[in-house]
Design a protein around this ligand. Sequence first.
Ligand code: PSU
Length: 305
Amino acid sequence: MKLPLQFSEEVRAACDAGTPVVALESTIITHGMPYPQNVETARLVEAEVRSAGAVPAIIAVMDGNIRIGLSPEELESLGQAKGVMKLSRADLAIALASKRTGATTVAATMICARLAGIDVFATGGIGGVHQGAEQDFDISADLRELSETAVSVVSAGAKAILDLPKTLEVLETLGVPVIAVGQNDFPAFWSRSSGLAAPLRLDDPAEIAASHLMRARLGLPGGQLVANPIPPGDEITRDIMMPVVASALAEAKSRGIAAKAVTPFLLQRIYELTEGRSLTANIALVLNNARLASAIATEIVRQRN
Ligand code: PSU
């Protein structure tokens, strides 16, 4: 049986020509940002990747096919669609086999990028260990995916709604390299610093590319988490964010929000509580990650040849 993998013409041509490609996820579009800013951001991110000399590939599942690269019309309709499935590792095969449409999380996007031969993926922030996980065991499948699938993921750390010390511990247990860029601290999505040191630091995209390729040579199965802090002018500092996050978390708890609904609920609530500032910061950090991912993808192509 053939793999249900469909490339857009642009991405197919880039892969054939050896042009660097950067994968982008679709859950950030359907569950992470409101319409129309979600579609506008996706377009800006695609433009950022192109202007850096790489080709963007938004990944989603549509009518039972893994799509690698969407047309502007498909992006628009995904951005407006309601009740889209949020697909992680556990859901991907079922969505494909039953010819569904769904948005891919970091975990599912990594799986699809790997199948498509794409090494680098840019997102906002990965999922991680949720606060209170010692009781409810809510740990994102993104973490295990990073230990299993050989894709370098560029993110602004992990979302500050999470338990960041536990998230770093789990990544360490799983053997995932967590590489801060340009600073020693692990970034906290909207804020440049989490107050926690990142285990590793590399400031040059060429070094990040070299370690990506070295992992393959060593036969190590997983990827790298590249933790790129939000630019200084765009950050919302931790002292401002922490009370907002605490109040959104309390509300999620009292309303009994659980499992896959937690992250989208918190992002929406924080957007309201910050009167839109969290979204402006989220857009800035995704664009910043797209730039770095393009530079890493370009270096991987150069060093491989
Ligand atoms: N980055 C963002 N916004 C998002 C996400 C990432 O700026 O909404 C999504 C990713 O798809 C990630 C998901 O996989 O949030 C984490 O969801 P969960 O905590 O349910 O695993």
